[in-house]
Design a protein around this ligand. Structure first.
Ligand SMILES: O=c1ccn([C@@H]2O[C@H](COP(=O)(O)O)[C@@H](O)[C@H]2O)c(=O)[nH]1
Length: 588
């Protein structure tokens, strides 16, 4: 763990179930390779994961079984370790490559910005060579304009100990927000291509499909159907991500799918047991599958590897932790812009409400950071998509790291001047429609403005326990004198219920609340004291431009990209950090 990281707290644990073929899975790590320094439950770092994988591989070798590591993308954007450097990712590539990952693919965040996709193609793909798989993703060479696969389309290899044949694919969901130096081919088209049809006819003991795809999403189901049609008995193992939740399902009795959360909070575990060699395949011989969501902290990693603080760290792991510490220092990630007076939650507190990060932005930040002297006297509506905010703010130091953790993107505040208020005021309602905005020939899913967790959870889940107070922000243990002191001492955390059951989490926790939030929030600024304005400046984060233009058109306002102009200088991230520096006390 990093120097100063919160110490993990012991709690009741569920063990890993080993099989013949075993996997460790990371997804949507979003630059959190230093771990969560403020949250004890998730405070192990990438170096600890290197040590952990080393011990788990050794155990697999001892027992004559196999262990594979997979990663399903969105490794970038969302933490100072990636975002605070110039260029972005200056330290990330070298840190990440220290883990040996057997099958790795691309997420959408590797593709939003052209230079990020270049980095992926020029650095991560060569770093992982034949282990990098891009089944439905092409890259366009900036010099020659040549279109080529981002990496090989699939991988066939043998496991180390049992010499099991594996055919592995690496998919991305049908993403359309990529920069113009990549092409994402819809999954339904890819599975019809000849190379895919040939690959699924390969002699193999198991298919492994990794993807930046939620396990309940139609893309995975289409791949499952395509493979199963040709291979009625072969086990098919899916590793997914993108929606930032812990999840597992099985598409039939010989397939299993796991998704392993977000932000390096979780290391996913999957094992399969049974007669895996294809020579032993028969419709009477079945398989057993297990999944576990490991909270990424040292106590848990010690527990699952059967080691302790003295025996766990390897020299390699320690070096990686040291690389991260040096990068964090170089980037001055602990520099504090101010002191957050209280904890502000994305989904653990109701919106609107005093503890909601969105209410804070709406009430305090947005009106202030969009003040534009050249538009003095003009009222404005300011729109922000909730998905642009990526994490909670904990009471205490708000650092350079926190800035990127909360708001990693490069989006700026754009605007359309003088929009009739009778139209402008209805835009938020359309953006917050649960479904899609539709225009002839164009369908846009509104939910892609919200945070990924909100894509899959449609109703608030509120437990009959008190809301965490500021003092609980670091997921500290409950004191024995707390009102439920008859129950075992548990920390707050994930209490996952998936299609397999409610025993997936490796640590038993008390649950935390989850409140649904809208796709967008809106602040009103410089409105007249009485009555309604005739017209307003409609100010919004440029990321949501396509939705705003479509909503305006549906409301009778014919505007195009040509009507847009930057409203205030700087990225939203810089504006937010500036507001904090100006408004919150410097020291805690
Ligand atoms: O520039 C951006 C890029 C993305 N978003 C938001 O993020 C989600 C996607 O997040 P995942 O981690 O890929 O699941 C997208 O739907 C947007 O809500 C953004 O706001 N700005």
């Amino acid at each position: 763990a990093q120097p100063g990281a919160a110490k993990p707290v012991p709690g009741p644990m569920r063990d890993l179930v080993w099989g013949k073929l075993n996997f460790l899975h990371t997804t949507d790590t979003h630059g959190w390779h230093a771990g969560h320094l403020q949250e004890s439950q998730f405070s192990a770092d990438w170096g600890d994961y290197v040590s952990f994988a080393h011990h788990m591989r050794a155990r697999a070798d001892e027992n004559g079984v196999d262990l594979l590591l997979v990663d399903t993308g969105d490794r970038v954007e969302g933490n100072g370790l990636y975002d605070a450097s110039s260029p972005k990712g200056k330290y990330y590539y070298d840190v990440y490559r220290e883990q040996h990952v057997d099958v790795i693919c691309t997420g959408n965040h590797e593709l939003y910005v052209a230079s990020t996709a270049d980095g992926e193609h020029l650095r991560t793909v060569p770093n992982f060579k034949e282990n990098y798989v891009a089944s439905n993703l092409d890259y366009i060479d900036p010099k020659s304009g040549e279109r080529m696969p981002m990496a090989q389309r699939y991988r066939k290899f043998q496991t180390k100990n049992q010499k099991l044949d594996v055919v592995a694919f690496g998919f991305l969901f049908d993403f359309t927000g990529n920069a113009n130096n990549t092409i994402v081919q819809p999954v339904r088209d890819t599975v019809k291509e000849q190379w895919f049809q040939d690959a699924i006819q390969e002699e193999t003991d198991v298919f492994v499909v990794i993807g930046h795809v939620g396990v309940q999403m139609p893309e995975f189901k289409a791949i499952f159907r395509a493979i199963r049609k040709q291979n009625p008995l072969t086990p098919i193992l899916f590793f997914g991500g993108h929606v930032h939740i812990r999840d597992a399902t099985s598409y039939d009795s010989r397939s299993f799918a796991v998704a392993s959360g977000r932000y390096f909070e979780t290391i996913g575990w999957m094992s399969v047991d049974g007669a895996l060699e294809r020579s032993a395949l028969s419709k009477h011989a079945g398989f057993s599958f297990h999944r576990r969501y490991i909270d990424n902290n040292l106590l848990g990693l010690h527990h699952h590897s059967g080691l302790d603080a003295a025996t766990f760290p390897t020299a390699h792991g320690r070096n990686v932790s040291a690389m991260i510490a040096a990068a964090r220092k170089e980037l001055d990630l602990d520099y504090a812009f101010g002191c957050a007076p209280k904890t502000l939650w994305m989904s653990r507190a109701p919106y609107p409400g005093h503890d909601s990060i969105y209410s804070w932005l709406e009430r305090e930040v947005l009106p202030d950071v969009t003040a534009n002297p050249t538009r003095a006297g003009m009222p404005r509506l300011v729109l922000l998509n909730t998905g642009g905010i990526r994490f909670d703010i904990f009471k205490g130091h708000f650092t350079r790291d926190t800035t990127y953790i909360v708001s990693p993107f490069l989006s700026r505040m754009t605007h359309i001047p003088g929009v009739p208020y009778r139209i402008a005021r209805k835009v938020i309602k359309l953006l917050n429609n649960a479904g899609k905005i539709m225009e002839e020939g164009q369908v846009m899913d509104n939910r892609f403005m919200a945070s990924p967790e909100q894509l899959v959870i449609h109703e608030s889940v509120v437990y009959d326990v008190p809301l965490a107070t500021d003092d609980d922000a670091g997921q500290k243990p409950l004191a024995a004198e707390d009102w439920w002191d008859v129950r075992p001492r548990l920390t707050e955390g994930y209490t996952t219920r998936d299609d397999i059951g409610d025993d997936g989490d490796d640590t038993v926790h008390t649950p935390v609340n989850f409140y649904v939030t809208p796709n967008c929030i809106q602040a009103e600024a410089d409105f007249p004291a009485d009555g309604e304005p005739e017209a307003v400046d409609l100010v919004f984060l440029d990321f949501i431009t396509p939705w705003v233009l479509m909503a305006l058109r549906l409301l009778g306002g014919e505007y195009t990209e040509k009507d847009l102009a930057l409203y205030v200088e700087g990225t939203f991230t810089e504006l937010m950090a500036g507001w904090i520096e100006k408004n919150w006390p410097k020291h805690c």
